[in-house]
Design a protein around this ligand. Sequence first.
Ligand SMILES: C[S@@+](CC[C@H](N)C(=O)[O-])C[C@H]1O[C@@H](n2cnc3c(N)ncnc32)[C@H](O)[C@@H]1O
Length: 397
Amino acid sequence: MAAAMDPGEEHTRFIEWAQSHGVDINGIAPAKFKDRGMGIVAASDIKKGEQIVHVRNTSLITVAQHAIQALKFPTKTSIHARLAAYLALHYADEDCQHQPWREVWPSQDEFIHILPLHWSRKLQDLLPHAATVLLTAQRSNLERDFVNIHAIHPSIPKVLFTYTWLIVNTRTFYWEYPDLPNAHPRLPKKRQQLTADDCYAMCPFMDYFNHSDKGCDPKADAKGYSVTADRAYKAGEEVYVSYGSHSNDFLLVEYGFILDTNGCDSLPLDHLILSQLSSEQAEILREDGFYGSYTLSPTTPTICHRTQAVVRLLTLPSRRYTAFVSGTDEGVGDQGKVNGYVVGLLVKYERQIMEIMEEVEELKAGGEVKTAQKDTLLRRWKQVQSIVKTSIDALSS
Ligand SMILES: C[S@@+](CC[C@H](N)C(=O)[O-])C[C@H]1O[C@@H](n2cnc3c(N)ncnc32)[C@H](O)[C@@H]1O
């Protein structure tokens, strides 16, 4: 994909600001892409192992900062909500120290086009099941955070909070809150109460990198963030980081895009399997720790161990299920029966997929359904269809 090396004045201003705020940039530059906003390209040839950017910890936005601590959020307020509220409270402040950085963030309008949270109900209802589950959780986290923030900062409008909450959602990095030299003295104590969901920091320039399943791995330590080239790059090539091992349903809901090839993609099977269970079977699986989270990995279609267990409970005498989950029998002799059962589920699902794709295709683009949204949804269904087809073939042979 061709990229414009000179993406515009606001980006030039931001780079100058970043360099004077503890961001060391080496051999890379921001560039504008047709289909994914900004990204990072190699400005010159880069060798594998070269450090291409370092961002000093004092340039991050974290809840350890005095300006955020001073807002005195109740303890139950999530880190996500605190960061979003801080950004919202300073949104209209043109003298804000982060102004040049904010100018290069996506607009509310861009989010409306790409993020399923903003899609019309018609389109949301046609998302794959796994994406619907993620979207429901996202909506409820946003609602919870808004209610908590509204109670103490009623002046923040919901539309603005939603925007800054999504900025935080799409542009933060995992940050373990090491005991920063400049951190608030109370932070080390609080750190023990933080869960992985709380460990967010906003990091200037790092948030230009787009995601790939095989990209550079950003590293954080007490001094800040850095990215090292995972391989050699030729000048002009896009340099990606990996946001984590995420399926396309996750990327779609949380970030508003899907990858054409994604080694971390998966097909969740819960919606096909859980409805087949009697209440006794569900109880047995809960007791054995095998209830739910059934997936099929598409690369070499593999039924995960949990699915192997549940299908054995559904199709075999109970002693054979028990032998499998206790590990006394690897269950090789029953594999054909297990595969056959999964194929039966997938064949039914394949028919549903075709019907859903027809519904998506029939939606008129324009008005509340945008062409790009419809195209993304159709592309995702085609991927799901292809995973299902490949799996049926592989498991039937
Ligand atoms: C951390 S930002 C990366 C910079 C962003 N592209 C920008 O214009 O500022 C994350 C957002 O970039 C976009 N993005 C990241 N990786 C992408 C990819 N591989 N393909 C398409 N869009 C991507 C998504 O919109 C995502 O929400």
